[in-house]
Every structure is written in C-alpha cells, then in structure tokens.
Design a protein. Structure first.
Length: 124
C-alpha cells in the first residue's frame, strides 16, 4: 500500500545519522595528533543497488535492495599537518551542515507522506 518510499527514507536517514556521528567525531578530534578523518559514504552504493533492483521491475528485489543497503566508513592516511592529523574543521563543518540539511529535508518528506496517508485514512 505504501510502496517503498518510507523504507527507502528510513535507510537513508540511518546512514545520514552515522555520517553525522563520524563528522562529529572528526570535529571532536581536530586537535588530536595522529587522528585520521572518518568518511561515511552510502549515496553511490544506494543509488547503484536501487538502479539494479529497479531494472528487474520486481518489488521484492527493490525491497531487498533497500533492506540490505548499508554504508561504508573509510579513512585516509594522508596528512598535510605536522601532527599527522588530517581533519580540516572548515571542511567538516560544511559537510556537517550539508548532511544535517539532507537529513532535515528527508525527514520532512517522510512526515509529509505520513500526513498524506493519515488524511487518506480519515477520508478528509
């Protein structure tokens, strides 16, 4: 009845939450010698899985792709700083804002969908 919209958003929100936690860790360790910046990626992985599942035109394959979707946490060893820390606070703050906005608008979309279903159920 509801399609895959809410479950897709749920997985994306979960991944964005993990991304926000990694960004917070990075900012908390901006002055920690030797700390390596964490990066969380899921958008490209998510898009590829959904595209492949969508080509089969099977609702079951799409649901499995959504439920099996996950994120990838990586770190890079490069550093331009003497203390071997590779966190740039400006980059992290910008990415944190972008991630927060993505989370916020996705949450608004889910809220809007739920309100639409509530209206349909009430018959108004």
């Amino acid at each position: 009845m509801f399609g895959n919209t809410i479950s897709m958003a749920e997985r994306a929100l979960d991944c964005l939450w993990v991304k926000q936690e990694a960004l917070s860790d990075n900012l908390a360790n901006v002055d920690t010698p030797g700390y390596k910046r964490k990066q969380v990626s899921f958008e490209e992985i998510y898009r590829k899985r959904l595209t492949a599942a969508g080509e089969t035109k099977s609702d079951r394959n799409i649901k499995e792709a959504i439920q099996g979707m996950n994120y990838k946490v990586t770190s890079r060893d490069d550093s331009a700083r003497v203390d071997e820390n590779n966190v740039n606070a400006d980059v992290e703050n910008t990415e944190m804002t972008r991630t927060w906005l993505h989370y916020y608008y996705l949450l608004q979309s889910v809220t809007s969908d739920i309100k639409m279903y509530q209206t349909a159920i009430k018959g108004q």
